[in-house]
Design a protein around this ligand. Sequence first.
Ligand code: ADP
Ligand code: MG
Length: 729
Amino acid sequence: MSTLRFQALKEASNRRPSKFEEADRKSNIFGANVFNDKAMKQFLTSDAHKGVKDAVQHGTKIDRKLADYIAMGMKEWALSKGVTHYTHWFQPLTGTTAEKHDAFFETSYDGSDPVEKFGGGQLVQQEPDASSFPNGGIRNTFEARGYTAWDPTSPAFIFGTTLCIPTVFISYTGEALDYKTPLLRALNAVDEAATDVCKYFDKNVKKVTATLGWEQEYFLVDMALANSRPDIIMTGRTLLGHTSAKGQQLDDHYFGSIPTRALNYMRELEQECMYLGIPVKTRHNEVAPNQFELAPIFEETNLAVDHNSLLMDVMQKVAERHDFKVLFHEKPFKGVNGSGKHNNWSLATDTGVNLLSPGKTPMSNLQFLSFFINTIKAVDTYESLLRAAIATASNDHRLGANEAPPAIISVFIGQQLTKVLAELEGVSTGKLSPEEKTDLKLNVVGKIPDVLLDNTDRNRTSPFAFTGNKFEFRAVGSSANCANAMTTLNTIVAKQLKDFKKEVDALIDEKGLKKDEAIFNVLREYIKQTKNILFEGDGYSEAWEQEAAKRGLSNFKTTPLALKAKVSQQALDLFKEMNVMNHVEVEARYEIELEEYTKKIQIEGRVLGDIARNHVIPTAIRYQNTLIENVRGLKEIFGSDFENIAKEQIVLIKEISSHIEGINRKVEAMTEARKTANVITDAQEMAEAYCDDVKPHFEEIREHCDKLELLVDDETWTLTKYRELLFTR
Ligand code: ADP
Ligand code: MG
């Protein structure tokens, strides 16, 4: 009896949407649980408040005494909201967030004088027992421990009854052990380089901020149904299951009316986000059944990354109240679309200018073009590194799977900007005649705002697309921490802007060119050099793969191959030069990601082997026995005529046997491949062995299992089916 499946189905079909009423209008509750400016004004002395603001805006250090005052105010604020504990909240390289709660509550040694305490020391630094976080050998090498340190640029917030203080996580020798540290360094690098370039156009610019607006895609599956599938519980995706007769072919889910249970979940989630200061704005159904998307208003990148990490945690917690499980995996179901997390990215000045948005004057448009073309150039130079930044075992299912960007990195800019670049390519070398300058300003650079207004040709197949006033990095996976992609993107753009500045300055100083002439000259060369990375066609097509190969673009379809770019000499030099990561840090990350890949595939292999042998085969045998019984009965009644009458059953019995044999043989082969892979000592080779020798068995095993699902009596089948997982609402 397949009790678990039917119990789960009964539970799921009896569900009613959980009741939910909004507490107040959004603008009234936004940021209520964040130690933001408003709270600081109320709970901090003006000196302490200024100290935090200076730290955020100018990176000024906060001394111990000031930290004491800030901690005191923060504690009072938290206690006024019923908070009992505090935690340093950080993002180790596990991909999730980490927290260890400590109570504010303290007593004297004899248990007297109970009091709530929280000092500057506890705010600024903590030492979690961090030996179990991935460190890629850093801590072993240096025999140093890790500590967390307050990041005042991301405000503290209250979740439940805990005060969460965003922190970096580093070893005592200074190596980053988390996602945030390199990200902050990359944001610093891009700030410096971009501010320098901005000064060509506006001397008043003092700071450039990278902005990020992520779009989080996810699946909602009924909790009972999800819990009935060991593969979903253990790996976040279905390792087997025959596709349901109806999938997404009718396009009836995308942007459709949101199912009530899901909608009530989203409403409560959005309210939680409001309290936490996460400015979520958009919600809609996505392409696949039970797939949805949530997008915020964009923010400064460090904050946006924190908010996305926090959101993923909050999403799962709120889902429990609505009897849902959220699947963040990039490909939870075969045969329907997977999930991504588009990273919309731009640069903004402290004077309020979006540097990737065309302006009103020819000069501001030249500024736009400088940032636009430099971004393209950065992607062109570092395409394989950008690919490596989004490489994970789960994202491999998505990239190049004819629904998501291919594993080839290219840039889409639209017809009109393609024309603008073509015209700029014709700019004369060296000094420009007054006529040429006027023509450029009036007819090329001056026309940009008009053309962008009708720049509506959106190419959904491009991994990196310009969408009017920002670039959209679409290849990022739905389960990823955006920091990996954002660290890389901001670092390569920083490096490119730095080089651009050098080249322009050289033309001004050595060739005596005017500033705008120098800029036009450098941009012209960049346009010539970067043609290979620009692609406007269908990124899903076979033809593009061939074309891209001719152009010399990399096409790493699997994570182990893609990750190598992380430790290329080019990458090591880049991260070092831009002060984002030293060699040890880069190499540690590379090791960690390889290991994570290997472990993920290893776990999937074990779970698949277990389900195939211990769920699928016994079920198939049970059903086969029923058939055998039936044939035996027919023989008793009809004698020699039975063979004709029981023909179908006999065919089925044989088919079932052959699939059982297939499963056993292939699980055996997979296990052998794992054993061979497990003795490899080199992390790269081991990951490749798992990728090339272990993983290919998954599909073969699955095929037999899925065929059996079609043959076996539905009443007997133990595993919850695709149609049930995807269409129960
Ligand atoms: P879509 O791409 O789905 O059509 P939009 O273009 O409206 O949707 O924006 C998607 C995301 O891009 C949103 O999260 C939005 O906040 C973000 N976004 C818009 N402008 C910027 C910007 N200048 N920098 C970073 N993100 C931005
Ligand atoms: Mg978008």
